[in-house]
Design a binder for this molecule. Structure first.
Ligand SMILES: Nc1ncnc2c1ncn2[C@@H]1O[C@H](COP(=O)(O)OP(=O)(O)OP(=O)(O)O)[C@@H](O)[C@H]1O
Ligand SMILES: [Mg+2]
Length: 140
């Protein structure tokens, strides 16, 4: 799909969220500034997260609750230093938790730890305000 604004990306994310079951691990791939956090924020808000949604830049993972009692995990692994740091942050447990939907920015940093079945999203810059958003076939 093509998004021509942050708002369009938010709409695509909210529509995608409706198709996601628990548990799921969703990977968000794309360059710096592609819109991964923008997508994640809208996804979380559409599932009932209120209040500010900040990037887990240094904490690696932020946890929320959906309105249906599902745990929502937002991860940003860009600054991950080593596997030990991921274990310390509880990331392996969260990724395999049966009551959690995880969104993972920069999943390449920890690809070996991801479960086999993941929902992959790829966001590519087309221009300053336009993005190509590739969603898993199962969600279309
Ligand atoms: N169509 C679009 N969809 C999403 N964001 C857009 C779009 N057009 C412009 N932008 C801008 O691109 C930026 C995306 O930032 P965002 O933090 O979501 O990227 P990111 O992929 O998470 O980057 P990082 O790798 O640094 O975490 C924002 O400044 C946003 O306003
Ligand atoms: Mg980001």
């Amino acid at each position: 799909m093509i998004s021509n604004s942050e708002q369009e990306t938010a709409t695509i994310a909210a529509d995608f969220a409706k198709t996601v079951n628990c548990p799921s691990v969703i990977t968000l791939c794309g360059d710096l500034g592609a819109g991964k956090s923008c997508f994640a924020r809208a996804f979380l808000q559409s599932l009932g997260v209120k209040g500010p949604i900040t990037s887990p830049t240094f904490s690696l993972v932020n946890l929320y609750q959906s309105e249906n009692g599902v745990q929502l995990a937002h991860m940003d692994l860009y600054r991950l230093e080593d596997d030990e740091q991921a274990y310390q942050a509880g990331i392996e447990e969260i990724l395999h938790d049966s009551n959690t939907i995880s969104l993972v920015e920069w999943p390449e940093r920890l690809s070996w730890m991801l479960p086999k079945d993941i929902l992959q999203i790829k966001i590519t810059h087309q221009s300053e305000t336009s993005r190509l958003i590739e969603l898993p076939e199962s969600s279309l």
